[in-house]
Design a binder for this molecule. Sequence first.
Ligand SMILES: [Zn+2]
Length: 237
Amino acid sequence: MTEEIVATDAYARETEATVVESGDEGVVLDRTVFYARGGGQPGDTGSLRWDGGEARVTDTVRRGGRLLHVVDGEPPPAAAVVAAAIDWERRYILMRTHTALHALSGVIWRDYDAKVTGGNMDVGTARMDFELDEMSGEFGREVEGKLNAALAEDRPVHVRFLPRAEALADPDLIRTKVNLIPESVDPIRVIDIEGIDRQADGGTHVRSTGEVGRVAVTKTESKGRAFKRIRISLDEA
Ligand SMILES: [Zn+2]
């Protein structure tokens, strides 16, 4: 088991760790600041440095219950002590993107009663699908205004660990299908954007919505009945 520092501290950029396993599939560490791909968020990239070597981490994935740092080139040997560092600028944009997506889902639920059916993100861009009947460019501009107003309120973003029974009784978490989380998961990690959105989530988020900055709705698409897609992008300026 790898101690996953990001579960409680998304701002940790580097840690010293010991190699538990090293092979063709990747490197397992006893602890890490790398986020393993999941929940629509890409895996972290970065570097492992040890006495006598260095390797690029090109992806971080979960496979067979292990958290694997996928490396380019020669991996560190088992039992080596490494400095594991993520590409912080990339990750920070992913944190802003992820929080923006949750805020979007909260705004669409609050103002249009529509549930999320899917989503995915890249560095600075994301898409989310909703059970909406109508979609238009005008609707997209309206959503963009509401989303930016909500983000500008600089709401705190809390990471909470709720006992499973409590999470299963929470209306916001029921709406976001908390019941689909495997029964063995207890407590359940919840991301709570104060007053905007609350959902079970394993991803990394910024501390407050002010850090997200402004967001643009770049595209609105109708993929079918009750299947509408909104694409967003962070304003870098
Ligand atoms: Zn999420």
